[in-house]
Design a protein around this ligand. Structure first.
Ligand SMILES: Nc1ncnc2c1ncn2[C@@H]1O[C@H](COP(=O)(O)OP(=O)(O)O)[C@@H](O)[C@H]1O
Ligand SMILES: [Mg+2]
Length: 313
């Protein structure tokens, strides 16, 4: 499978950053073409830095990065015509309306009038923006503005799309619309690099994932690869009273509301589920979620703040 994005020993230290702590450190990563690649990590993990370097908006400090075989530093023009990017912080041209801003973006990318019109109509429809098409962008809510940005990028003819937290601030329905549009875009064999701190989103959309922690690549691979890397790849929930001593013998026990959650290897998980069922307890068993994996690898939840002392280190 060919690579859409490839980095080798990529590092980034922001100039003037007091601590000289790298925002990215020795990152070697291969993003295969034609799929959704999810980059997950807590705030400050380096996701946006990675996107901005790959999208030629930011210079790297050392190592190399290429997109579709073009070096982001020496062949930036070749990269730029083949990518489209929804930046994490972005302000579309405020004086235009939704339809104009999408259309203009496509025209600027070199599409002819008819093609730009067709793609604009299609994208607005796909993201349920048709009813807002005449509304000036400056009068849109934050959520509609993000959807407009997604429409611009997804409507483009770029081969590699960068979506940096595209659904942050969207309501659940709007999130699903963006998900559907992303899924459709990958049917066209395009590569989508998606960063998100919603692990359910990353899990639902990504063929492969990379977990960044403090600028380093902590884990990467298909969801199955990630599961295979953790000590306990299965989770069993049991409702009702339980003996902590008994459950601990199967794996790692976490008390939950009204029962217990046990992380275990497959044979122990099956055995535990069977026993609990025999006792007439309510049981569910399945592979660990991305959230479970994150917690095990990073040692804390994705939205948990880094303590101040550590953040300064
Ligand atoms: N323009 C900048 N100048 C200095 N430091 C920055 C800048 N942008 C980001 N950083 C730092 O780089 C690290 C990675 O940030 P970022 O890539 O934005 O992470 P994420 O997108 O995962 O939240 C953080 O420690 C952040 O404070
Ligand atoms: Mg970010």
């Amino acid at each position: 499978m060919s690579s859409a994005i490839r980095t080798e020993h990529l590092s980034k230290i922001y100039p003037g950053s007091a601590s000289r702590t790298p925002a990215l450190a020795d990152l070697t990563l291969d993003v295969p073409a034609g799929r959704v690649f999810g980059v997950i990590g807590r705030n400050g993990a380096g996701k946006t830095t990675f996107v901005r370097i790959a999208a030629t908006q930011l210079e790297l400090t050392s190592g190399r990065a290429e997109v579709l075989g073009y070096d982001v530093m020496t062949q930036a023009r070749d990269v730029r015509v083949r990518i489209a990017c929804v930046p994490q912080e972005s302000r579309p041209l405020y004086f235009l309306n939704v339809e104009e801003v999408v259309y203009l973006y496509l025209k600027l990318r070199g599409l002819d009038h008819a093609e730009a019109r067709r793609r604009t109509t299609e994208a607005l429809d796909e993201l349920s923006l048709t009813e807002y098409r005449r509304r000036p962008v400056q009068r849109l809510s934050g959520g509609l503005r993000r959807r407009t940005l997604c429409a611009m990028v997804l409507a483009s003819d770029a081969d590699v799309l960068f979506l940096d937290e595209p659904t942050t601030g969207l309501d659940p329905i709007a999130r699903r619309q963006v998900w559907d549009a992303i899924r459709r875009a990958t049917k066209e064999q395009r590569t989508i690099l998606l960063t998100t701190h919603y692990l359910d989103e990353a899990e639902a959309l990504s063929a492969r994932l990379a977990l960044f922690e403090r600028g380093r690549l902590a884990l990467s691979g298909t969801p199955e690869d990630l599961r295979a890397r953790v000590r306990y790849p299965f989770r069993v929930t049991i409702q009702g009273a339980y003996s902590a001593e008994e459950l601990t013998s199967y794996g790692r026990l976490t008390p939950i509301e009204g029962g217990a959650l046990v992380f275990a290897r497959e044979p122990e998980a099956r055995e535990l589920a069977r026993r609990a069922l025999e006792r007439g307890q309510r049981v569910s068993m399945g592979p660990v979620t991305l959230e479970d994996i994150f917690l095990e690898v990073v040692g804390r939840a994705i939205d948990e703040e880094t303590p101040p002392a550590e953040a300064e280190a």
